[in-house]
Design a protein around this ligand. Sequence first.
Ligand code: NAP
Length: 252
Amino acid sequence: MADRDFAGKTAIVTGAASGIGAAIAAELAARGATVIASDMDADGLDQLVADITAAGGTAHARVADVSEPAAMEALVTFAGDKGGALHMAVNNAGIGGPQVPIGEYPLDGWRQVMGVNLDGVFYGMRYQIPAMLAAGGGSIVNISSILGEVGRRAAAPYTATKHAINGMTKVAALEYSSKGIRINCVSPGFIATPILTKNLPQEEIDKLAALHPIGRIGTSEEVSALVCFLLSDRASFITGSVHMVDGGYIAQ
Ligand code: NAP
């Protein structure tokens, strides 16, 4: 049985129906949080909530598109209705976008990646922060990437959004750390989730594994462990920083 150190706390997780977001939602619930699980995938959310409930946890599903500000505002209201107040948020929803060099990049693909990966994190914090101030403080983790540190061919908008999330997170921490809200980024290396496996053949995934000094790609649970540490009171002096969980990728 996990330590229930998040008992009495309410957490929003975006992109919770799949991959890293689902693992974070499950760990938060196992540690006692009321989880507001949000995604565009209603069936995936229903499955997640059923799994969490069967394991003895508490979760509520809310279909919301992170690129729509009204949906992000309504998500925070929903969290208050279900959990009483908002204490934690993980802005995790993200998409890879087309894998094409810049000179050929589809214009609608650029906008779509910007809308989900960058606007989505902004809209999330825009409405989560006032709710956390009202609750007396909180903690936010924005999911970035190793591609917030370095570039990767054929991933211009994704790389741009992840660099931008790091900068925006630092600004938010400057603005709100003295008001009781800690805000950090977690930057995974390549992780075995649908965003990766949907887009790449196994041969390419094996090549990616070889790029990590640890010799493999990571798991969603390995990312969740770091996210939940940063959300917890054990990380009480950590804010405004970017934390790798990357098997050594960025150390090279
Ligand atoms: P994933 O398995 O594809 O999960 C992402 C979830 O977000 C999906 O359920 C997706 O729904 C949902 N989503 C997409 N667009 C959305 C929107 N507009 N509003 C709300 N939800 C939306 O991906 P993942 O690998 O867990 O990625 C989670 C985060 O980690 C992303 O920010 C990603 O950039 C980051 N990350 C991943 C890796 C990796 O190697 N996997 C590495 C570094 C960083 P649909 O399935 O319906 O699209």
